[in-house]
Design a protein around this ligand. Structure first.
Ligand SMILES: O=P(O)(O)O[C@H]1[C@H](OP(=O)(O)O)[C@@H](OP(=O)(O)O)[C@H](O)[C@@H](O)[C@H]1OP(=O)(O)O
Length: 475
């Protein structure tokens, strides 16, 4: 559509120039320029970018940010009426855009070798990979944060200051009322530094520095939950549905189509090679914002299959597949509600809430078990190797939940006369606590939320849940 408009506008401009019609020419010329810029921007976005799972950009989840990275939608997060005031905010944030992990880089290098030495097609995109594109990824990159990832967190910090000016403020930061907690992984520590830099840069703060606490018990709880490690992480049969899907007809067809496009034997394009090609398209876009020739190896149907395979991995490794996946996040769940309860009590006694904002920076596997524990994005049907065709409308879709810089926010509002409300947001958009019937479900009463999660609040004991062998009841 943009192409047609641009070409038509260009023709009009040509005519105007020949007729020397200045004002009209200027107007049309500017329209042509605007549509060209839009065209250029949209052409830069791979058609399959919305299927990149946890390798996707934040901008594809909130497309309005492509126009203005600092845009906020305050109408959707303002309090339910004028008398409500935001009193406390906790944000659990995934790190920003990163390099591939070493394992993925090794697979990418293997695929690049196949294309250099075996591919026989004549298409221009293949020639571009074979003669112009260079393998620039190296194993030492191993998931480190890239500059785009620094920008992701800086921009998020600024947007949150615009959305919650009474909480994410210079006064609160300087007063020590904003706490930072991070995973020990370099991509998370550097994301924390970037978030802080976004705020100090916004307010021109050069005379102060702000601490952050490294806390893997909270941000990498999955590393310390013995039952998860034994029954899922280290259990080769735990990913059986993913393994079966990778051997199934849908993935086989994707592999064959890639092999046909490259003109290589089917035996060379394994499911790992298909994943490596998909990741190359995703990383070239996320890190460099280029629509690389690697994306030409997939059509939309192929991309949906690749997306489903990764959602199967996340479902069974971090999501609803096994109860221990979500129960391993009990420590983080209780931490969140302990902070909320403290803020409610301080607010009730008329005190200033000592900690106005908590920013906790972790991983996709920090966020997803907690999202699962709270029953967000739970579908009626389990994701299986055999039901891809009926899952196209599933709500458990990591491409929408968990892009780089994904963030789960809980905002506490004081609405006067003891009316305290709690608003959940995912990626800056309000979400509804599952199972709450409150008409203002995106801004429910805090007490109703406590009631909804009463069983977890009274139970969900990390030590008990993560014990490998439940001790037999003493007879
Ligand atoms: O497929 P890779 O190796 O990239 O998987 C990574 C995880 O990346 P994700 O699957 O979430 O895109 C990485 O999570 P991140 O949020 O830190 O990017 C995780 O830390 C890393 O261990 C790999 O997870 P895996 O489950 O061990 O494959």
């Amino acid at each position: 559509m943009f192409l047609t408009f641009s070409l038509a506008a260009f023709k009009i401009v040509q005519g105007c120039i020949m007729l020397n019609v200045p004002v009209f020419r200027l107007f049309i010329y500017s329209c042509c320029l605007v549509s060209y810029v839009a065209l250029e921007r949209d052409f830069n976005i791979p058609a399959i970018a919305k299927y990149f799972n946890t390798k996707g950009r934040y901008e594809e989840v909130n497309p309005y940010l492509r126009e203005d990275i600092f845009a906020v939608n305050t109408s959707s997060v303002l309090s339910p009426s004028d008398q409500c005031e935001a009193r406390y905010l906790t944000a659990i944030v995934r790190h920003g855009t990163r390099y591939p992990t070493t394992r993925d880089i090794q697979e990418m290098q293997k695929l690049y070798g196949i294309i250099l030495h075996n591919a026989t097609g004549e298409e221009s995109w293949l020639q571009e990979i074979q003669t112009q594109w260079r393998m620039w990824y190296s194993e030492d990159m191993d998931g480190r944060l890239v500059q785009k990832g620094v920008d992701d967190l800086k921009h998020l910090a600024v947007r949150l200051s615009k959305t919650f000016p009474g909480l994410v403020s210079e006064e609160k930061l300087r007063g020590g009322f904003i706490e930072f907690i991070t995973s020990s992984k370099h991509r998370c520590v550097n994301s924390t530094l970037a978030f802080k830099a976004g705020l100090t840069g916004l307010w021109g703060i050069k005379d102060m520095e702000f601490d952050h606490a490294v806390n893997d018990a909270l941000m990498r709880f999955f590393d310390q939950c013995t039952r998860f490690i034994e029954e899922v992480d280290n259990n080769p049969t735990a990913m059986s549905e993913l393994d079966k899907f990778k051997e199934g007809p849908e993935m086989k067809r994707v592999q064959q189509k890639i092999a046909d496009r490259l003109g290589v034997p089917y035996s060379l394009i394994t499911d790992d090679m298909a994943e490596a090609a998909f990741y190359l398209c995703a990383y070239e876009f996320a890190i460099k914002t280029v629509n690389s020739p690697w994306c030409r190896l997939f059509d939309e149907v192929d991309a949906q299959v690749m997306e489903y395979a990764n959602d199967l991995k996340q479902f069974w490794k971090r999501g609803y597949g096994y109860d221990i996946n979500s129960k391993s996040s009990c420590v983080l769940f209780h931490d969140v509600f302990t902070r909320l309860e403290k803020a409610v009590n301080e607010n009730k006694s008329g005190q200033q809430v000592t900690e106005a904002v908590t920013v906790q920076i972790g991983h996709a596997e920090t966020l997803l078990p907690l999202i699962t524990l709270l029953s967000f994005f739970k579908d009626a049907d389990t994701l299986m190797s055999t039901n891809f065709a009926t899952q196209t409308q599933r709500s458990f879709r990591t491409s929408r939940m968990l892009p780089y810089a994904a963030n789960l926010l809980f905002v506490l509002y004081d609405c006067g006369a003891g009316d305290v409300r709690l608003q959940p947001l995912l990626n800056e958009q309000p979400v509804t606590f599952p199972g709450l019937s409150d008409p203002q479900a995106s801004m429910p009463r805090y007490q109703d939320v406590l009631e909804r999660y009463r069983d977890l609040l009274q139970g969900c004991d990390f030590e008990a849940e993560c014990q490998l062998f439940k001790h037999p009841v003493e007879l």
